[in-house]
Design a protein around this ligand. Structure first.
Ligand code: ZN
Length: 442
């Protein structure tokens, strides 16, 4: 993995990779060849290509993927089987699904080339270096890594963990996957029993774990806590680092590109722009200058030729820093605004506090109730209101079903008298950034 001394070196490497990718797609891609061939009289230009959204690409899935043996129907059958998590699809591809947090789930296919890029980025640009993708390194460094997240479903994090555990027998013994879809007390028990040196999880879960550690229920002594998947606020970072007495390292990735930015020793996220192109744009997809927060960001993946992502609307708000970082890296520093929902404090059957993790709640609604556009408002420590903007008979039935699924889940967590009530036709509350939080605490 190259170390760059100046931004111009990064830009040069980026251009070479872009040119190779566009030339490949001009010949091999059903989706992109027609528009790229129109440019045959000059060098192929990325900016003349249209912005694409997840919905349109999913609708044209079989044209989107370059290998005709990959089909949407085949992939849907594959991810419907939880026993096949991290199994090579067609004997050679790594597959994961996105959770559909933006209202539409998608499927992503990676070949060995793309996976080698992620592995290199995650192990070499993570500070301190991440042994997670090298089983032998994990054993030598006597690390014990606990992944605390959604462990069912073909999601990228668990696919990566299971892949590493299958590839390296040492890693299988030195790591574990702990589900957040279980009551906090049993989650804490599992973590205590495993005694991890590293915990990898979402910021909202890290905050809930810090609460448990402070209360004395959790008593682990990790030397590092890695976060990703949601925005880590400065306050959350300080709280977690202070209570857990460990380093907190953040990471910015997506199902579309696992390691978009890696955190340096100065606590800044550096975008891996030798392997991707990020275009921060306004709501009309015009570029915004460095120092200005974008409305959304377009991603071009320079390492995935199987399922190309060119000017793909990622939906994240990114600000590129105007200042170089003191760490000396020539890769640009970015700030990412995103979702950062708080854990909900509910009341248990004997009046004891019960913590509900926002990611667990949203996962239950998405995976079990197939509800994607909603806002969950906590009224008090016994009442949650599930709001959706849709109206009508069908939406009403889906909403009532989702309420009973969620209520059953909340009861299992220990909040046995909690109620989840439905509300249709609601205007979803939005923050300053325009993004609607999915879980709102009382
Ligand atoms: Zn830096």
């Amino acid at each position: 993995m190259a170390v760059y001394r100046a931004p111009a070196q990064v830009a040069a490497r980026q251009q070479v990779r872009l040119s190779l990718l566009l030339n490949f797609l001009a010949q091999g891609s059903t989706l992109y060849a027609p528009s790229l061939r129109k440019q045959w009289d000059g060098p192929l230009q990325l900016h003349s290509l249209p912005v694409v959204k997840k919905t349109e690409l999913m609708e044209r899935f079989d044209e989107w993927v370059v290998d005709p043996d990959i089909t949407l129907r085949g992939l849907r059958d594959f991810v419907a089987d939880p026993a096949r998590i991290a199994e090579p699809y067609l004997g050679k591809y790594v597959v994961w699904e996105s959770s559909g947090s933006s209202g539409q789930s998608a499927l992503f296919v990676q070949d060995a080339y793309a996976m080698s890029i992620y592995d290199a980025l995650e192990s070499l640009r993570h500070v301190p270096r991440a042994p997670v993708l090298c089983g032998a390194g994990l054993a030598q460094m006597q690390q014990r890594i606990a992944f605390v997240g959604v462990t069912t479903g073909h999601f990228a994090s668990i696919v990566q963990m299971r892949r590493m555990q299958t590839l390296y027998p040492w890693a299988a013994q030195a790591s574990c996957n702990i589900s957040i879809l279980q009551p906090m007390a049993s989650l804490v028990q599992e973590l205590n029993a495993f005694a991890p040196t590293v915990v990898a999880t979402y910021p909202s879960v890290a905050v809930a774990l810090a609460d448990q550690q402070e209360r004395g229920a959790l008593h682990i002594a990790p030397h590092a806590l890695w976060t990703g998947g949601e925005t880590l606020s400065a306050a959350a970072r300080a709280r977690v680092a202070g209570v857990m007495h460990c380093a907190v390292r953040d990471h910015y990735g997506a199902s579309e590109f696992l390691s978009i930015a890696s955190e340096c020793s100065h606590g800044h996220l550096h975008a891996n722009t030798d392997w991707l192109i990020l275009e921060p744009v306004d709501d009309k997809f015009h570029p915004v200058p460095a120092g200005t927060a974008s409305a959304t960001t377009l991603l071009t993946h320079l390492g995935n030729r199987i399922q190309p992502l060119l000017r793909y609307d990622l939906g994240d708000q990114v600000t590129v820093s105007t200042e170089p970082c003191e760490c000396g890296s020539a890769l640009p520093v970015i700030h990412v605004a995103g979702r950062c929902d708080p854990p909900l404090k509910m009341r248990g059957c004997n009046g004891e506090p019960v913590t509900l993790l926002p990611l667990a709640l949203t996962t239950v609604l998405e995976e079990q109730a197939r509800l994607y556009e909603f806002q969950l408002h906590q009224q008090d420590d016994q009442t949650l209101v599930l709001q959706v903007p849709q109206t009508g008979k069908q939406a009403g039935a889906a909403l009532r079903r989702a309420c009973s699924v969620l209520e059953a889940f909340v009861h299992l967590q220990g909040a046995t008298s909690a109620r989840v009530t439905p509300r249709q036709g609601a205007t979803l509350q939005r923050g300053k950034s325009g993004k609607a939080p999915r879980v709102i605490a009382a």
